[in-house]
Design a protein around this ligand. Structure first.
Ligand code: HEC
Length: 129
């Protein structure tokens, strides 16, 4: 009886210890959040430009290119293999590429280019955030 209890206790400690270690490892990998914060910064700058009605083509292109390149880090850093996640990550890349190629030079063009991008951010966040 006592041996059985000790074995159970040992198992419980093992389970708790494992989950602690997993949490600590997750906390030590800042990359997924860093990727999101970087994209959030560039999206924020573009939205700010819209709000202020200051839509400089070169500045817009810079932020779109940074978004496009950062979006390629989503899959390798999150390592989530779900089809819906991978589809959204791919769609984000496609839409950012389209936005960059369209080279918005007015606030109107920027708003139109950002709409499908924002929808993809939202789509994945609704499912995975
Ligand atoms: C393929 C899925 C996916 C796409 C697409 C996506 N995100 Fe995220 N995002 C996530 C997940 C998952 C989290 C939660 C991360 C966490 O808590 O560790 C998140 C969190 C965030 C956060 C909060 C970071 C924090 O502190 O937790 C911001 C800001 C963000 N995303 C911005 C964006 C922007 C801007 C876009 C579009 C340009 C975008 N995301 C597109 C999956 C995605």
């Amino acid at each position: 009886m006592r041996a059985a209890l000790l074995i159970l206790l040992g198992l419980a400690i093992g389970v708790i210890g494992t989950s602690r270690v997993m949490n600590a490892l997750a906390a030590r990998n800042p990359m997924p959040k860093a990727v999101m914060h970087t994209m959030g910064y560039h999206m924020g700058e573009l939205k700010q430009a819209l709000k202020a009605q200051k839509c400089d083509a070169a500045t817009i292109q810079h932020h779109l290119l940074r978004l496009q390149s950062t979006a390629t880090d989503i899959q390798p850093t999150f390592g989530i293999a779900d089809k819906a996640f991978v589809d959204d990550a791919n769609q984000l890349q496609t839409r950012l590429q389209q936005a960059t190629v369209s080279a918005p030079a007015t606030c109107e063009a920027l708003a139109a280019a950002l709409k499908p991008v924002g929808e993809t951010c939202q789509s994945c966040h609704q499912k995975y955030r």
